[in-house]
Design a protein around this ligand. Sequence first.
Ligand code: PGA
Length: 253
Amino acid sequence: MKYKLNNIQIYIESNYEKMSKQAAYLLASQIRLNSQSVLGLATGGTPVGMYKELVRMHKEEGLDFSQVSSFNLDEYCPISRDNPQSYYYYMMDNLFKHINIDTDRINIPNGNVENIEEECKNYENKIIKAGGIDFQVLGIGNNGHIGFNEPDDKFEAFTHLVYLDEGTIEANSRFFDSIDEVPKKAISMGIKTIMLAKKIMLLANGKNKAAIIKKTIFGEITPKVPASILQVHPDVTFVVDEEAASEIIPLLK
Ligand code: PGA
């Protein structure tokens, strides 16, 4: 089911697999329309199914990533790239090693550098040099974070160092052996970096995302719910499953 609310498009799919396929289809359409697209990519549990479908599209339908560039939203800090919990490792494992993307065009913040401020500045400059992000994929935290922009008193503009929320550390501990192993910091694109993307697609599935999806789309625009800023982006698409949509479905009818 597809809905339109001013500048916001909402696809509600019956389950995770269909959500993943719809998201992959929209991302693939972007690449087919512009083979040199600059993609902004997300990690976490949510987009795994979308990446799986994109790999299938590459292998079976020849979806061509050879001219595509990518910038990931965030990375833990400190973490080495060969750590299986790093987002670098995740991206290689879930997508990049299975497709024909040019490794020189892959960009992921390096969470293992001495000078973090310089890394953030360089990352932001690389995005500008690439011509900006054409299509940004986002997940959403239970607290409304996008990238690792945690709830705050103000929107942080550009790529920056983040101290992760207790709730985020706890949510992400499911990927680690113990909660103590979850890094406490991260490098994240800022809200302005994200909002400058020409198109944005946010994915969410599961009942535990239902309340935050409602707040994001229908609530007050506030840095306390970082994703709420998307209400004023000119071209944003939500692709959600029925569980994540359960609190907005009554408001759309
Ligand atoms: P998840 O994380 O996909 O693992 O739920 C989303 C996020 O924290 O942005």
